[in-house]
Design a protein around this ligand. Sequence first.
Ligand SMILES: C[S@@+](CC[C@H](N)C(=O)[O-])C[C@H]1O[C@@H](n2cnc3c(N)ncnc32)[C@H](O)[C@@H]1O
Length: 281
Amino acid sequence: MNVSEEKTAVDKAQEYYDSNSADEFYFKIWGGEHIHVGIYNHPAESIKEASPRIVHKMAKKLNIDEKTKVLDLGSGYGGAARYLAKTYNCEVTCLNLSETQNEKNENFNKQHEVDDLITIVEGNFEAIPFPDSSYDVIWSQDAIVHSSDRQKVVQEVDRVLKDDGDFIFTDLMQTYDCPQDVLKPVLDRIHLDSLGSFGFYVEQARKLGIQSAQVFDLSNHLTTHYRRVKEETQRRYDEMVETCGKEYIDKMIQGLDHWVDAGNEDYLSWGIIHLSKGEVA
Ligand SMILES: C[S@@+](CC[C@H](N)C(=O)[O-])C[C@H]1O[C@@H](n2cnc3c(N)ncnc32)[C@H](O)[C@@H]1O
């Protein structure tokens, strides 16, 4: 991939998340602090209840304490960073290209009195602006999907992660045998050409000589989540049209339908990938 293509993918993600309509939509419909797939205890549960569960599940897989330095890639409104800082009293750096989201993140951190533990940096995770071996844990939720060079992102993570560090992330992915043409309507919603897969990330880890790669397939929650987002958008249709505009909301509902359909066909995957550079017990 050449440099101009890389710029296009990053620019598109930035434009997408910085727009007023997207900010209002994600903030209001997703429930405020989180913009990722949730873990649902029952199919009609609220997005706000389901969203934090994945953060808790990921955190439990790590040994974080007050000395752990965490980097969150594509940190959105900083929901995970605040949870980690409050729970473990650890330092978290949020790297995110959306200025709009970073401002909200900063305000929340002040309100929650964790701004001394959380640093927000505007930047691109395809070229992480930090030195080699500087973090114990690199964390990311449903963000690497936006890259057109996911191999580069994993290489950058490997560079910035300490020798015994952990990289834990979730991503919106495709199943490995999914026919490519069926994904076009799904990808159009997020302006992308392709998705990663569990197999792709495990292969990248092997190429980098990473000791352990664990996969936790939680794909069943993906379809529930997108169905719940669609239902919530329809339930608050008039309010959302007033905030984001009719064209944006109608297109969003159509796009969400494509994600639900592809999920029902088992074309999409979602779950936790935990790569450990150090020895695993
Ligand atoms: C679906 S949101 C997830 C936000 C957050 N991780 C969460 O779970 O609430 C995707 C995030 O990735 C960020 N992002 C996308 N491409 C990025 C890039 N190349 N560098 C840094 N951040 C990026 C967006 O700004 C957005 O915050």
